[in-house]
Design a protein around this ligand. Structure first.
Ligand code: AMP
Length: 211
């Protein structure tokens, strides 16, 4: 299974991608997690993307496509993957299509999880993430022990780009650049749209039924 997940901030892309990765035994590849990890490492990629990520602006396409291409070549991605947060615009969608063609593969589905703006803001502003493994929590749904990740024991913190101003900027970018990809994938017969306002378990059931 080769799947991309799109949706506004706080739609639950990361949560659903984790469920799907478990169910199908394929890696969950989140460009945002890869960039945040690189920034924490302070490596070359991290230095190149830091200013964009912190301002809530898109990292340049060429660099993003290169990072994704290298990740998709890893052994664990040979039999499928779930891309979360990529593509974010038409150039990236076309880049992915070229990449797939060059590897003789096809994308199975583009899953869009939709939530209205107020839900998006509420979920994102209360979001907490494990800085080690990227697992997500919410201030109303914390880990069992005092902001220590249930899964890996890492520190659970607010993302520095989850401030209200930055989230609004990211939502604007989503509507302008990412949402038009619905038409792109609809025309290719790949689109699966799911309402993301229900509980994570219910949303997951709808996705699996749709797939
Ligand atoms: P996310 O975790 O998906 O919300 O991504 C966090 C930040 O990483 C975004 O606000 C962008 O700065 C950057 N980013 C993640 N994915 C992409 C992408 N596909 N293209 C460009 N920038 C991205």
């Amino acid at each position: 299974m080769r799947l991309v997940i799109l949706g506004p901030q706080g739609a639950g892309k990361g949560t659903q991608a984790e469920y799907l990765a478990d169910k199908y035994g394929i890696p969950h590849i989140a460009t945002g997690d890869m960039f945040r990890w690189a920034i924490r490492q302070g490596d070359e990629l991290g230095r190149a993307v830091k200013d964009y990520v912190e301002a809530g602006r898109l990292v340049p396409d060429e660099l993003t496509i290169r990072v994704v291409s290298e990740r998709l070549d890893a052994d664990d991605a040979a039999s499928g993957w779930i891309l979360d947060g990529f593509p974010r615009n038409l150039a990236q969608a076309e880049g992915l299509e070229r990449l797939m063609r060059s590897k003789g593969r096809e994308l199975d589905r583009a899953l869009v999880i939709d939530v209205p703006e107020d839900v998006s803001l509420r979920r994102t502003l209360g979001r907490r993430v494990c800085e080690n493994c990227g697992a997500t929590y919410h201030e109303d749904r914390p880990p069992r022990n005092d902001w220590v990740c249930d899964r890996c024991g890492g520190r659970v913190v607010a993302r520095s780009d989850d401030s209200e101003a930055t989230v609004r900027e990211r939502l604007r970018t989503y509507h302008e650049q990412t949402e038009p990809l619905k038409d792109y994938y609809r025309e290719r017969g790949r689109l699966l749209e799911v309402d993301g306002t229900a509980s994570p378990e219910e949303v997951f059931e709808r996705i699996v039924a749709g797939l």
